[in-house]
Write a protein that binds this ligand. Structure first.
Ligand SMILES: NC(=O)c1ccc[n+]([C@@H]2O[C@H](COP(=O)([O-])OP(=O)(O)OC[C@H]3O[C@@H](n4cnc5c(N)ncnc54)[C@H](O)[C@@H]3O)[C@@H](O)[C@H]2O)c1
Length: 359
């Protein structure tokens, strides 16, 4: 049984489906019949998943199906990395009625989304995210893009897909680290918007329960519901969509400094969420009991909960002030007002920010 979410945005509405065996069972006919289809697959996605998709597309009477693989790393998420995709479209004379399918993690969905937004000024797109992070985050909301000249995601477009399929079976081949990275975003969604989801996560992770398929589908669904709700109300990030950056102001600074090199994005955000919660405590917006609960959940999900011994406060301050310059001299923190509710705090006192990393 799959679960469905309707994302409604000014540029278009679409369905997000969450469940098992979706790639095998979904009837793509309404989207692919008589159309040229290009599937862009992350090279680490198991071939068995592609085989299932290919059968489904053939059964849906696509006119032509081309498949290509891409290497997914942040270096390849670039203009150079896009060229082979445009070349396949161009050499196969794909017309404006063609359809692109992104099959992979957030790098794939960001790249394929951007190609769909720009090839012949926009062609239809299906996203089939295959990492936990891309399911609950990257594939919903229409943010697409690439990295340019040392900056992340600084070239791109808002471009909504026609359909997002989150097949939970595709997560079975994911590494533990990549899985935990996705958990960081699910915890984030619970903290900013859904206390019940937070309690559900506590029940699973504090009790060291094995994550059943049903639990996994449910938490992906509830987490995606939050992302879908936020982007439906603020497609182009003019207001509340910023709340999704909870933990990220710290996370970005952590990712930029040497002593935390080697931390994944999810790990940096996990630590960032603890610091942002600590800041919320220092600003008297949450209680110390709530802060401890947050720390415990993040720890029990397998994310780091303290800064490494070689952490350098000066590097951290420098990274923050670099961000401050970029952001028009104002640093924006997302803070909590209790578990399940978040707000924007602009330029909190510097001494409190420094205190907040003292975990
Ligand atoms: N557009 C957005 O709103 C948004 C939001 C969050 C993150 N992002 C972007 O998403 C990217 C991170 O996403 P990610 O964590 O999914 O990274 P990713 O795409 O690099 O995938 C992580 C790793 O998992 C591998 N992989 C993917 N599917 C697999 C599968 N089924 N089995 C085994 N391995 C598999 C990939 O090859 C990669 O090595 C970043 O580039 C980030 O900027 C975008």
């Amino acid at each position: 049984m799959s679960k469905s979410i309707n994302v409604r945005t000014p540029s278009g509405d679409y369905e997000v489906l969450v469940g098992s065996k979706l790639i095998e069972d979904y009837n793509f006919k309404w989207l692919v019949q008589n159309r040229q289809v290009l599937v862009v697959k992350d090279s680490n996605v198991p071939n068995a998943i592609l085989e299932n998709l290919s059968i489904s597309l053939a059964n849906s009477e696509a006119k032509q199906v081309e498949v290509m693989e891409i290497e997914t790393n942040e270096k390849n998420k670039s203009f150079d990395g896009l060229i082979p995709i445009f070349e396949v479209l161009n050499s196969n004379k794909f017309n404006r009625d063609c359809l692109l399918i992104g099959l992979g993690g957030g790098i794939t969905t960001d790249m394929v989304g951007f190609v769909a937004a720009s090839y012949l000024r926009g062609v239809d797109l299906i996203q089939i995210p295959t990492t936990l992070l891309s399911q609950v985050d990257a594939a919903i909301g229409g943010k697409t893009g690439i990295n340019f000249s040392g900056s992340k995601n600084n070239i791109g477009a808002f471009y909504q897909p026609k359909l997002v399929l989150m097949d939970t079976d595709s997560l079975k081949s994911l590494s533990k680290l990549d899985f935990i990275d996705g958990l960081a975003e699910i915890i984030k969604h619970s903290l900013i918007a859904d206390k019940n989801l937070f309690t559900k996560l506590e029940n699973i992770f504090l009790n060291e329960k094995d994550l059943s398929d049903a639990d996994l589908t449910q938490i992906i669904y509830e987490s995606s519901l939050i992302k879908a709700f936020v982007v439906s109300n603020d497609e182009k990030e003019k207001g509340d969509r910023a709340l999704l950056n909870f933990g990220h102001t710290y996370g970005h600074a952590f990712e930029a400094i040497q002593s935390l090199e080697g931390f994944s994005h999810g790990q940096a955000v996990g630590l960032g969420m603890i610091c942002a919660s600590h800041l919320s405590l220092l600003l008297e917006k949450i209680s110390s009991e709530e802060f401890e609960k947050i720390k415990n959940l993040i720890k029990s999900a397998g994310l780091p909960h303290e800064l490494p011994d070689n952490f350098n406060v000066n590097d951290f301050s420098e990274a923050m002030s670099r961000d401050k310059k970029i952001l028009d001299k104002k640093l924006r923190f997302i803070t909590l007002r209790g578990i399940g509710s978040a707000e924007i705090t602009e330029d909190p006192p510097e001494d409190l920010v420094l205190k907040s990393i003292n975990l």
